[in-house]
Structure formats: C-alpha cells, structure tokens
Ligand binder design. Structure first.
Ligand code: ABT
Ligand code: MG
Length: 154
C-alpha cells in the first residue's frame, strides 16, 4: 500500500567545492534521511557548453565567466531526486545563495562562507527542474522506482 502523494522531481548538483571538500556523503545523506528518493546519479566533469547552458539566465552578469570556469574546474555529482514538494524542500535544505547569510542547519549555512563557492545547486522551481533534468540526464539514466513499502511510510 502506498501513500497518495503528488510526486515531483528536482535537479541537484554537488559543485566542485563540495566534491573537493569531501562533502558528497554528508550532502546526499541529508536528502536521503529527509525521505526523498534518488532516481538519477552521476559523477562527471562538466563541459563548458553544458555549464553555459545551465547558467544561461546569468549570461549577462559580471560573475558569469568565473562561475562557468568554477563549474568546469573539477568534477561534480549530478542528481535527480523525487518526492512530494521536493523542489521547494530541497531549496530549504540547501539554504540561501550566500552561505554567510544561510541559516545554520542548511547545507550552505553549515559548510560554506563564499557566494561563489556555495557547494550545491538546486532547481529553483518545478519548471526549471524539468528543463535542468532534461539538460543533464538522458531519459534512460533515470530510474523510476519506489522504496519498499514500510509501516513507517505507508
Ligand atoms: P545555484 O543553485 O547555483 O543556481 O545558486 P542559487 O540559485 O542559490 O543562486 P543564483 B542567483 O542562481 O546563483 C547562481 C550562481 O552564481 C553565483 N553568484 C550569484 C555569484 O557568484 N555572485 C552573485 O552575486 C550571485 C547573485 C552563486 C551561484 N553559484 N555558485 N557557485
Ligand atoms: Mg539558481
């Protein structure tokens, strides 16, 4: 028996600083223990083309070139997570863009200090999530599954 839920998906990426600092396990743990479901995961170096497309909305901003250089500098962990309300909830778990003002208890609030090194990306809306998932993942790389029904979940 499954709970009736309105499933949605979001795109998350642990940025080069998160990988370099050995925070991959810690970051994934927060989404797993919250109760979201991992449906896609890959460790990869990002091409300049993909980085520029991903941050296309910031193309005219002064920080754009440095941002792209940073994202392609070292590997990232690209992920798709599924669950009820996961897009907004993941943004809460991640915390504010600037880690200095991000609340303690959030990923950025707990581990970061620099806005240009804010550890993890999360889609900012359901529509953006769909665009980003399609940009980063092929359909066959996503695994549709449900965790075993358990008394505490159903
Ligand atoms: P992302 O999840 O990376 O998109 O961050 P978030 O949505 O919280 O914030 P936005 B505004 O999308 O920032 C994108 C990246 O640009 C960096 N940035 C942003 C700066 O370096 N300087 C700035 O003044 C602003 C506004 C932070 C984000 N990524 N990194 N690394
Ligand atoms: Mg953003």
């Amino acid at each position: 028996m499954f709970l009736e839920t309105d499933l949605e998906r979001t795109f998350l990426a642990i940025k080069p600083d998160g990988v370099q600092r050995g925070l991959v396990g810690e970051i994934i743990r927060r989404f797993e223990t919250k109760g979201f479901t991992l449906v896609g995961l890959k460790f990869m170096k990002v091409s300049k083309e993909l980085a520029e497309k991903h941050y296309d909305v910031h193309r005219e901003r002064p920080f754009f070139p440095g941002l792209v250089e940073f994202i392609i500098s070292s590997p990232v962990v690209a992920m798709v997570w599924e669950g009820e309300g996961v897009v907004a909830a993941a943004r809460k778990i991640i915390g504010a863009t600037n880690p200095l003002t991000a609340e303690p208890g959030t990923i950025r609030g707990d581990f970061g200090v620099n806005v240009g090194r804010n550890l993890i990306h999360g889609s900012d809306a359901q529509e953006t999530a769909q665009t980003e998932i399609a940009l980063w993942f092929k359909e066959e790389e996503l695994v549709a599954w449900q965790p075993h029904s358990a008394p505490w979940l159903s």
